[in-house]
Design a protein around this ligand. Structure first.
Ligand code: DGL
Length: 256
Protein backbone atom coordinates (compact mmCIF):
# COMPACT_ATOMS: atom_id res chain seq x y z
CA UNK A 1 0.00 0.00 0.00
CA UNK A 2 1.28 3.46 -0.90
CA UNK A 3 1.11 6.44 1.44
CA UNK A 4 0.07 9.45 -0.63
CA UNK A 5 0.70 12.88 0.86
CA UNK A 6 -1.39 15.76 -0.47
CA UNK A 7 -0.74 19.41 0.39
CA UNK A 8 -2.48 22.71 -0.27
CA UNK A 9 -2.89 26.09 1.39
CA UNK A 10 -6.35 24.94 2.47
CA UNK A 11 -9.20 22.71 1.39
CA UNK A 12 -8.65 23.22 -2.37
CA UNK A 13 -6.44 20.16 -2.70
CA UNK A 14 -9.42 18.01 -1.73
CA UNK A 15 -10.70 18.61 -5.29
CA UNK A 16 -7.56 16.79 -6.44
CA UNK A 17 -7.76 14.13 -3.70
CA UNK A 18 -11.31 13.35 -4.92
CA UNK A 19 -9.94 12.43 -8.37
CA UNK A 20 -6.91 10.51 -7.06
CA UNK A 21 -9.15 8.48 -4.76
CA UNK A 22 -11.26 7.43 -7.77
CA UNK A 23 -8.18 5.78 -9.30
CA UNK A 24 -6.49 4.67 -6.07
CA UNK A 25 -9.24 3.81 -3.57
CA UNK A 26 -7.16 1.42 -1.44
CA UNK A 27 -4.13 3.56 -0.54
CA UNK A 28 -3.47 5.56 2.61
CA UNK A 29 -3.79 9.35 2.34
CA UNK A 30 -2.39 12.12 4.50
CA UNK A 31 -3.84 15.52 3.62
CA UNK A 32 -2.31 18.75 4.92
CA UNK A 33 -4.25 22.02 4.81
CA UNK A 34 -1.91 24.92 5.58
CA UNK A 35 -4.88 27.10 6.38
CA UNK A 36 -3.15 29.09 9.11
CA UNK A 37 -1.28 30.74 6.20
CA UNK A 38 -4.06 30.68 3.58
CA UNK A 39 -4.34 32.26 1.04
CA UNK A 40 -0.95 31.65 -0.57
CA UNK A 41 -1.98 33.51 -3.73
CA UNK A 42 -1.01 37.06 -2.71
CA UNK A 43 2.12 35.98 -0.78
CA UNK A 44 5.67 36.05 -2.10
CA UNK A 45 7.49 33.01 -3.51
CA UNK A 46 10.00 32.87 -0.64
CA UNK A 47 7.25 32.67 1.97
CA UNK A 48 5.49 29.90 0.04
CA UNK A 49 8.78 28.00 -0.35
CA UNK A 50 9.29 28.09 3.43
CA UNK A 51 5.77 26.88 4.14
CA UNK A 52 5.85 24.20 1.42
CA UNK A 53 9.13 22.83 2.77
CA UNK A 54 7.70 22.54 6.29
CA UNK A 55 4.48 20.95 5.10
CA UNK A 56 6.34 18.45 2.90
CA UNK A 57 8.56 17.52 5.86
CA UNK A 58 5.45 16.84 7.96
CA UNK A 59 4.04 14.59 5.22
CA UNK A 60 7.36 12.78 4.96
CA UNK A 61 7.40 12.26 8.73
CA UNK A 62 3.96 10.66 8.28
CA UNK A 63 5.50 8.17 5.84
CA UNK A 64 4.50 9.66 2.49
CA UNK A 65 5.90 7.73 -0.49
CA UNK A 66 4.82 10.42 -2.93
CA UNK A 67 3.63 14.00 -2.39
CA UNK A 68 1.04 15.70 -4.55
CA UNK A 69 1.37 19.47 -4.41
CA UNK A 70 -2.35 20.00 -4.98
CA UNK A 71 -1.87 23.73 -5.27
CA UNK A 72 -0.97 25.63 -8.43
CA UNK A 73 0.49 28.53 -6.44
CA UNK A 74 2.81 26.32 -4.37
CA UNK A 75 3.81 24.33 -7.45
CA UNK A 76 4.81 27.51 -9.27
CA UNK A 77 6.80 28.82 -6.31
CA UNK A 78 8.29 25.72 -4.77
CA UNK A 79 8.17 22.46 -6.71
CA UNK A 80 11.76 22.63 -7.92
CA UNK A 81 12.97 23.34 -4.40
CA UNK A 82 10.88 20.48 -3.00
CA UNK A 83 12.20 18.06 -5.62
CA UNK A 84 15.79 18.98 -4.86
CA UNK A 85 15.29 18.86 -1.06
CA UNK A 86 13.38 15.64 -0.44
CA UNK A 87 13.95 12.03 -1.50
CA UNK A 88 10.37 11.27 -2.63
CA UNK A 89 8.71 12.05 -5.97
CA UNK A 90 6.47 15.13 -6.19
CA UNK A 91 3.47 15.60 -8.49
CA UNK A 92 2.68 19.26 -9.22
CA UNK A 93 -0.11 21.24 -10.88
CA UNK A 94 -0.24 23.98 -13.44
CA UNK A 95 -3.05 25.67 -15.37
CA UNK A 96 -4.20 23.26 -18.08
CA UNK A 97 -3.59 25.53 -21.05
CA UNK A 98 -2.66 22.63 -23.35
CA UNK A 99 -6.02 20.79 -23.29
CA UNK A 100 -7.80 24.15 -23.37
CA UNK A 101 -5.88 25.13 -26.51
CA UNK A 102 -7.05 21.89 -28.13
CA UNK A 103 -10.66 22.45 -27.03
CA UNK A 104 -11.28 26.11 -27.86
CA UNK A 105 -13.30 26.98 -30.94
CA UNK A 106 -13.18 30.74 -30.52
CA UNK A 107 -9.39 30.66 -30.17
CA UNK A 108 -9.58 32.42 -26.81
CA UNK A 109 -8.80 30.58 -23.58
CA UNK A 110 -9.47 32.14 -20.18
CA UNK A 111 -7.37 31.20 -17.17
CA UNK A 112 -8.62 31.72 -13.63
CA UNK A 113 -5.87 31.43 -11.02
CA UNK A 114 -4.23 33.19 -8.09
CA UNK A 115 -1.92 36.18 -8.39
CA UNK A 116 1.02 33.97 -7.42
CA UNK A 117 0.33 31.48 -10.22
CA UNK A 118 -0.32 34.10 -12.88
CA UNK A 119 2.83 36.07 -12.09
CA UNK A 120 5.14 33.02 -12.01
CA UNK A 121 7.59 32.44 -14.85
CA UNK A 122 6.24 28.89 -15.25
CA UNK A 123 2.86 30.29 -16.32
CA UNK A 124 4.43 32.85 -18.64
CA UNK A 125 6.44 30.11 -20.36
CA UNK A 126 3.26 28.04 -20.87
CA UNK A 127 1.36 31.04 -22.15
CA UNK A 128 4.13 31.91 -24.57
CA UNK A 129 4.25 28.35 -25.87
CA UNK A 130 0.63 28.65 -27.06
CA UNK A 131 0.61 32.37 -27.79
CA UNK A 132 1.02 32.00 -31.55
CA UNK A 133 -1.90 29.55 -31.85
CA UNK A 134 -4.49 30.91 -29.44
CA UNK A 135 -5.10 33.99 -27.32
CA UNK A 136 -4.79 33.36 -23.58
CA UNK A 137 -6.45 35.82 -21.21
CA UNK A 138 -6.39 35.58 -17.46
CA UNK A 139 -8.03 36.85 -14.31
CA UNK A 140 -7.37 36.33 -10.61
CA UNK A 141 -10.36 34.65 -8.95
CA UNK A 142 -10.72 37.54 -6.49
CA UNK A 143 -12.24 36.32 -3.23
CA UNK A 144 -12.77 32.74 -4.52
CA UNK A 145 -10.41 31.06 -2.03
CA UNK A 146 -12.03 32.93 0.86
CA UNK A 147 -15.51 31.84 -0.32
CA UNK A 148 -14.45 28.19 -0.29
CA UNK A 149 -12.51 28.28 2.98
CA UNK A 150 -15.33 30.08 4.84
CA UNK A 151 -17.96 27.69 3.48
CA UNK A 152 -19.95 30.62 2.01
CA UNK A 153 -19.25 29.30 -1.50
CA UNK A 154 -20.96 26.02 -0.69
CA UNK A 155 -24.32 27.73 -0.36
CA UNK A 156 -25.58 27.57 -3.93
CA UNK A 157 -28.28 30.10 -3.17
CA UNK A 158 -25.77 32.73 -2.07
CA UNK A 159 -26.14 35.89 -4.20
CA UNK A 160 -22.87 37.20 -2.75
CA UNK A 161 -20.96 34.14 -3.95
CA UNK A 162 -22.50 34.43 -7.41
CA UNK A 163 -21.57 38.11 -7.68
CA UNK A 164 -18.01 37.42 -6.46
CA UNK A 165 -17.61 34.74 -9.12
CA UNK A 166 -19.18 36.90 -11.83
CA UNK A 167 -16.74 39.75 -11.18
CA UNK A 168 -13.79 37.57 -12.21
CA UNK A 169 -15.40 35.31 -14.84
CA UNK A 170 -17.24 37.99 -16.85
CA UNK A 171 -14.03 39.77 -17.97
CA UNK A 172 -12.83 36.49 -19.54
CA UNK A 173 -16.13 36.07 -21.40
CA UNK A 174 -15.96 39.70 -22.54
CA UNK A 175 -12.62 38.90 -24.16
CA UNK A 176 -14.23 36.03 -26.09
CA UNK A 177 -13.10 33.04 -24.02
CA UNK A 178 -15.13 29.90 -24.78
CA UNK A 179 -12.93 27.68 -22.62
CA UNK A 180 -12.02 28.43 -19.02
CA UNK A 181 -9.18 26.75 -17.18
CA UNK A 182 -9.49 26.38 -13.42
CA UNK A 183 -5.92 27.20 -12.40
CA UNK A 184 -6.45 26.97 -8.64
CA UNK A 185 -7.57 23.86 -6.80
CA UNK A 186 -10.09 25.78 -4.70
CA UNK A 187 -12.07 26.85 -7.79
CA UNK A 188 -13.69 23.47 -8.66
CA UNK A 189 -15.73 23.87 -5.47
CA UNK A 190 -17.30 26.95 -7.12
CA UNK A 191 -18.00 25.23 -10.43
CA UNK A 192 -21.77 25.61 -10.22
CA UNK A 193 -21.41 29.39 -9.91
CA UNK A 194 -18.81 29.50 -12.69
CA UNK A 195 -21.15 27.49 -14.96
CA UNK A 196 -24.05 29.76 -14.12
CA UNK A 197 -22.07 32.86 -15.12
CA UNK A 198 -20.36 31.33 -18.16
CA UNK A 199 -23.38 29.52 -19.59
CA UNK A 200 -23.64 26.07 -21.17
CA UNK A 201 -21.54 26.85 -24.27
CA UNK A 202 -18.35 27.51 -22.30
CA UNK A 203 -16.14 24.53 -21.48
CA UNK A 204 -14.56 24.46 -18.05
CA UNK A 205 -11.34 22.54 -17.62
CA UNK A 206 -10.20 21.18 -14.27
CA UNK A 207 -6.76 19.52 -14.41
CA UNK A 208 -7.44 17.30 -11.36
CA UNK A 209 -8.27 14.10 -13.35
CA UNK A 210 -5.00 14.48 -15.31
CA UNK A 211 -3.07 15.00 -12.06
CA UNK A 212 -4.67 11.83 -10.67
CA UNK A 213 -3.50 9.86 -13.73
CA UNK A 214 -0.03 11.36 -13.35
CA UNK A 215 0.03 10.24 -9.69
CA UNK A 216 -0.64 6.64 -10.76
CA UNK A 217 2.09 6.95 -13.40
CA UNK A 218 4.60 8.27 -10.82
CA UNK A 219 3.83 5.39 -8.43
CA UNK A 220 4.49 2.90 -11.24
CA UNK A 221 7.61 4.69 -12.42
CA UNK A 222 9.12 4.65 -8.91
CA UNK A 223 8.13 1.07 -8.18
CA UNK A 224 5.93 2.11 -5.24
CA UNK A 225 3.46 -0.75 -4.64
CA UNK A 226 -0.24 0.05 -4.78
CA UNK A 227 -3.48 -1.85 -5.20
CA UNK A 228 -5.04 -2.01 -8.65
CA UNK A 229 -8.29 -3.44 -7.27
CA UNK A 230 -11.37 -1.40 -8.21
CA UNK A 231 -13.27 0.59 -5.59
CA UNK A 232 -15.46 -1.66 -3.44
CA UNK A 233 -17.02 0.93 -1.15
CA UNK A 234 -14.33 0.61 1.52
CA UNK A 235 -14.13 4.02 3.22
CA UNK A 236 -11.06 6.14 2.52
CA UNK A 237 -8.07 5.73 4.80
CA UNK A 238 -7.23 9.40 5.19
CA UNK A 239 -5.65 11.49 7.90
CA UNK A 240 -6.61 15.16 7.75
CA UNK A 241 -4.07 17.63 9.13
CA UNK A 242 -4.34 21.41 9.35
CA UNK A 243 -2.10 24.20 10.61
CA UNK A 244 -5.20 26.20 11.62
CA UNK A 245 -8.81 25.41 12.59
CA UNK A 246 -10.14 22.13 11.16
CA UNK A 247 -13.78 23.06 10.56
CA UNK A 248 -13.50 23.96 6.85
CA UNK A 249 -11.51 20.81 6.12
CA UNK A 250 -14.08 18.59 7.79
CA UNK A 251 -16.97 20.47 6.15
CA UNK A 252 -15.64 20.01 2.62
CA UNK A 253 -14.44 16.44 3.24
CA UNK A 254 -17.85 15.39 4.47
CA UNK A 255 -19.37 16.64 1.19
CA UNK A 256 -17.02 14.74 -1.11
N1 DGL B 1 -5.41 26.19 -3.95
C1 DGL B 1 -4.29 26.95 -4.31
C2 DGL B 1 -3.96 26.92 -5.78
O1 DGL B 1 -4.24 25.94 -6.43
C3 DGL B 1 -3.97 28.24 -3.61
C4 DGL B 1 -5.03 29.14 -3.15
C5 DGL B 1 -4.47 30.21 -2.25
O2 DGL B 1 -4.07 29.87 -1.14
O3 DGL B 1 -4.40 31.36 -2.67
O4 DGL B 1 -3.40 27.82 -6.32
Amino acid sequence: MAVIGIMDSGVGGLSVYREIFKLLPHEKYVYYSDNAYCPYGPKGAEFIQRRATQVAQTLLDKGADVIVVACNTATAAAIELLRSTFPVPFVGMEPAVKPAAAATRSGVVGVLATKGTLSASKYHDTKEAYGSVIKVVEHVGEGFVELVESGAGLDLASPKALETVRASVQPLLDEGADTIVLGCTHYPFLIDFIREVAGPEVQIIDPAPAVARQTVHVLKEHGIPFSQAPADGTPADIELLASGPRDSLERIFSRL
